[in-house]
Design a protein around this ligand. Structure first.
Ligand SMILES: CC(C)(COP(=O)(O)OP(=O)(O)OC[C@H]1O[C@@H](n2cnc3c(N)ncnc32)[C@H](O)[C@@H]1OP(=O)(O)O)[C@@H](O)C(=O)NCCC(=O)NCCS
Length: 202
């Protein structure tokens, strides 16, 4: 777990299309992804909050690296579990979208609130083939992505940083700083004593 967890450039790649309109991903992967989507829809998407260990089990079966204390709502949309890493006491809230064509890492005590969007993918708009570009997202410990906020490809959300409701982060966010708006602008500093403590939760 450690190497992927610590390396934000893990699986950073661009995926050129063979020709315009061609498939970006290999057929084998697309079938696996279809199986994943069916599995989540049938076995997890309707489950109540206390079933979180069951949901974590399903995600881990498809390659997610989850600490047992990670909380993932039934209504989240996860593109591919194999690109999801979540540390201790992390959470992905109701309706959150995790478009993880590259790895999304939530480090210990980080929170992603309802309907937030973690988007690791974009397209090369200067290339006639419009190829997919993907870059990992890293959310450092104790950071909070508030409701309906958007985090773009390659963004590192610094330790303890806050992205306010409906904020849009296209660039990395500094630690212990509060950001709001589109594009996200720093509006204040967060007190580091707000950091969650392992002693309090274990
Ligand atoms: C970002 C946030 C934590 C800031 O809280 P705060 O430090 O108490 O900040 P304040 O309420 O004092 O606001 C500071 C300034 O930022 C503005 N602001 C606050 N949140 C904002 C937001 N999401 N978008 C745009 N502007 C915002 C305020 O209007 C205020 O502007 P002003 O200085 O011109 O008056 C909070 O506003 C927020 O977005 N919370 C998320 C709510 C949420 O997602 N809830 C769901 C999960 S429970």
């Amino acid at each position: 777990m450690q190497s992927r967890y610590e390396d934000p450039t893990f699986d950073q790649r661009s995926t050129p299309l063979p020709r315009f309109g061609g498939a970006t991903f290999a057929l084998r992967f697309r079938i696996m992804q279809l199986v994943w989507r069916i599995t989540w829809t049938l076995l997890a998407s309707w489950t109540p909050p206390p079933f979180r260990r069951w949901r974590n089990f399903l995600l881990c079966c498809f390659g997610a690296q989850l600490d047992p204390t990670a909380i993932i709502s039934a209504s989240v949309k996860i593109w591919w579990p194999g690109h999801l890493v979540m540390g201790k006491h992390t959470s992905l809230g109701p309706g959150a979208i995790c478009y993880n064509v590259a790895t999304v890492t939530l480090k210990d005590f980080s929170i992603v609130s309802q309907r937030a969007h973690l988007c690791t993918g974009s397209h090369d708009i200067q290339d006639s083939q419009f190829p997919l570009i993907s870059r990992p997202i890293v959310i450092e410990p104790n950071a909070w992505i508030a409701a309906e906020a958007f985090v773009g490809p390659g963004v590192v959300v610094g330790e303890g940083a806050v992205l306010g409701a409906r904020g849009v982060a296209a660039k990395s966010l500094q630690p212990w700083t509060i950001y709001v708006g589109n594009p996200a602008k720093a509006v204040g500093k967060r007190n580091q004593s707000a950091a969650a403590s392992y002693a309090l939760v274990s």
